[in-house]
Design a protein. Structure first.
Length: 302
């Protein structure tokens, strides 16, 4: 059994049909069927059960599918590492960011592109939970996210903490002086639209806990994982939101006004994360160094 057969096997499992798998692999159906038959003969067991036109993995097939995936990924990463040793940095960088952290990634990529013009990028956007899953599934190598994390599988590079701010429609005129801070007691009856992760504890819980710390129960009108959607609703006058201060640095909205929150004890914490147990391409390592240099943070990766 060789790596090519393992790739054939996993493609058939993904497509659930030999015909579709052969089309995806750009080969004829009979040779592909023969390769699967040879694997089953070598192992002396069935890898697939047929249900109508679909092929489903047996218990043995499920184990081989999982183990083969790890082997193939390790092999592919080894090839990348070998090529990088001789060719230098080129190719595609797979990274992600929450929208509330995008100003950090925006600045780092601007410097990175100037120094490494041969690189291209694939960007993923989502909340912290989604981007953690993307790294686990090897869709991306690293991401800029907000704490807290749901998993302990990641190395982290802390970025500067920042205050949360209130963003409200500019027609509301909440204070006589734009520099005047908003007290938490003023939020008691205000319709709030808050960032809320798809899964797990995040900024929503931090803000609600902070409101309760100041003796108020927030009037929550809307929950959403997308900061730009919330800011768009604010611009339409539907409600106010509370977001990390740098969120407004990455996106431009009209008809909104920002306010400092008086006596706030909670701060927004951002980090760069990557998987502890996997090879990081040179490009990803260099981008992490860019973050370190830009924000004068201690070195976390070699």
């Amino acid at each position: 059994m060789d790596l090519k057969q393992l790739r054939y096997f996993r493609t058939v499992a993904d497509e659930q049909q030999v015909t579709k798998a052969a089309r995806k692999l750009h080969m004829a159906q009979p040779p592909l069927s023969q390769q699967i038959k040879l694997m089953e003969e070598e192992l002396n067991l069935k890898l697939f059960d047929r249900h109508g036109r679909k092929l489903e993995l047996t218990k043995a097939g499920e184990i081989l599918y999982e183990k083969a995936g790890r082997l193939l990924t390790d092999f592919d990463e080894t090839l990348v590492e070998v090529r990088e040793t001789s060719e230098g940095m080129r190719g595609k960088l797979h990274i992600g960011s929450t929208k509330s952290c995008f100003s950090y990634l925006n600045g780092a990529l601007h410097l990175f592109k100037a120094q490494h013009p041969n690189m291209s990028y694939q960007l993923r956007e989502g909340d912290t939970y989604y981007l953690e899953e993307c790294i686990k599934n090897r869709d991306i190598e690293l991401a800029v996210v907000r704490l807290p994390l749901q998993s302990e599988e990641f190395d982290i590079l802390p970025l500067p903490s920042e205050p949360y701010i209130l963003v409200a429609p500019d027609s509301w005129h909440l204070t006589r002086d734009d520099r005047e801070a908003i007290k938490f007691e003023d939020l008691a009856d205000m319709p709030l639209m808050l960032l809320h992760r798809i899964s797990g504890r995040g900024q929503f819980e931090l803000i609600v806990d902070e409101c309760r710390h100041h003796g108020i129960e927030p009037n929550i009108l809307c929950e959403c994982p997308d900061a730009t959607m919330l800011l768009s609703l604010v611009a339409k006058g539907i409600g106010a939101t509370i977001v990390p201060e740098s969120t407004l640095d990455a996106f431009s909205f009209q008809n909104i006004k920002r306010y400092t929150l008086a006596d706030a004890t909670v701060r927004a914490e951002s980090v760069v994360i990557w998987h502890k147990d996997r090879y990081l391409t040179k490009a990803s390592q260099r981008l992490i160094h860019m973050f370190q240099d830009q924000y004068t943070l201690p070195n976390h990766t070699e």
